[in-house]
Design a binder for this molecule. Structure first.
Ligand SMILES: Cc1ncc(COP(=O)(O)O)c(C=O)c1O
Length: 388
């Protein structure tokens, strides 16, 4: 049996008629950028994120008190061209730039860090906790008079204690940025990620739980002014045709991706439930003492973008899985502070030992919608029999 680490084709096949209908609708419309599909998607995605568990509006607390409309339970959305754009444009709209520091976990994907540095700000890395999320205790030790924001990355679709994070932001007057690229629909105490902070940034890269069929992203916020600013910025800084307020970017969610995402959004609960069942099955059945399995912390609702195990002999494990035709992926082999791109920050090997240890031990095992019981049993049996 051959098992890939991820399968994007199955999600399409499951609702093929609807995707094809949406694509044809756009093709036949004669309107491909900044149109009705994007507008509808923005409204629908905002509503989706405002809804917590039991489908009631569940924003019991929101943003840090710095941006306006913090008491609002409303959520607004702007569609963009990628998750990276959501991060750097979202951060720029908060006025964060040169000379400012943003605290972020060291084991994140490099795009989180680029969202900070593309604005001229400096990332201040903190170690992850035992669940690969930002170590909350470490946050306060790293706050300086230059700190402007905390970026929480809901890595692998897991969620950490957002009550404590919001409290830190409020006490220190810091913005809260949420990188939700891997966590569409994940919740803390029944409230969706992306709605805790000043800005929530999403990627719809095709492999994501809520994947588009090309590049796409979005920003959500409680502050309608911030979302209006993003909408101006994404279109060359233009608020009105051929009138430009600021020097902006070209980062528009196109009509094709918006229409296809509207279909995907309808099935997000189904997609998440299936992933939660797959993760529960892995957690119940994996029993190899050489392998550490991930957990869902109390009060969180993980969406399992990845099921990431840790193993001291990770590289042998990869070879072993390859020999059984089982794919796997390392998220991520080189942490941002050791990437060539960030040599200018001057970090050294050994500076963030937990981050570096995780980079040597983590492995994402096959996890995709449409995975059969037979396929999962095959992976489980292989992992439980690993002896190196
Ligand atoms: C945690 C995280 N942040 C940001 C991004 C960037 O998203 P995109 O690839 O859509 O630019 C990704 C995904 O690639 C990601 O996993």
């Amino acid at each position: 049996m051959k098992i890939l680490a991820n399968r994007m084709d199955l999600g399409f096949q499951k609702h093929q008629d609807e995707y094809e209908e949406a694509a044809l609708r756009v093709l036949r419309s004669g309107w491909y950028i900044l149109g009705k599909e994007m507008q509808s998607f923005e409204e629908e995605f905002a509503t989706y994120n405002a809804m917590g568990s039991d489908n009631v509006v569940a924003t019991s607390f929101c943003c840090t008190g710095i941006t306006k409309a913090c008491d609002s339970t409303k959520v607004y959305c702007a569609g963009l061209a990628s998750g990276l754009d959501a991060l750097w444009i979202g951060i720029r709209m908060l006025g964060i730039g040169q000379g400012d520091e943003v605290i972020v976990q060291g084991n994140t994907y490099i795009a989180s860090v680029m969202g900070i540095t593309m604005n001229g700000a400096t990332p201040v890395f903190v170690e992850p906790d035992e669940n690969s999320q930002i170590d909350i205790i470490e946050i306060e030790n790293n706050i300086t008079d230059k700190t402007k924001a905390i970026m929480v990355v809901h890595l692998y679709g897991q969620v950490t204690d957002m009550t404590r994070i919001v409290d830190i932001c409020k006490r220190h007057n810091l913005f809260l940025i949420e990188d939700c690229a891997q966590a569409h629909g994940a919740m803390w105490k029944g409230q969706k990620v992306g709605t805790f902070g000043d800005v929530g940034c999403f990627s719809f890269y095709p492999t994501k739980n809520m994947g588009a069929f090309g590049d796409a992203g979005a920003v959500i916020a409680h502050d309608p002014k911030l979302i209006d600013d993003v909408k101006t910025y994404r279109n060359y800084g233009s608020h009105k045709h051929y009138y430009n307020k600021v020097v902006g970017a070209n980062s528009r969610l196109d009509e094709m991706q918006a229409a296809l995402l509207r279909v995907r959004l309808k099935y997000m609960d189904e997609i998440t439930n299936e992933r939660r069942m797959l993760a529960a099955r892995y957690s119940k059945s994996l029993n190899n003492p050489r392998i550490i399995t991930p957990i869902e912390v109390d009060d969180s609702y993980a969406v399992w973008h990845q099921y990431v195990i840790r193993c001291k002999n990770r590289d042998e494990l990869i070879d072993y899985l390859n020999s059984k035709d089982i794919g796997s992926i390392i998220h991520y082999p080189v942490p941002p502070h050791l990437q060539e791109a960030y040599a200018y920050l001057g970090h050294k090997v050994g500076e963030y030992p937990i981050t570096e240890e995780y980079a040597n031990e983590v492995l994402s095992i096959p996890m995709y919608n449409g995975m059969t019981k037979e396929e999962q049993d095959y992976v489980i049996d292989a992992l439980n029999s690993f002896e190196a």
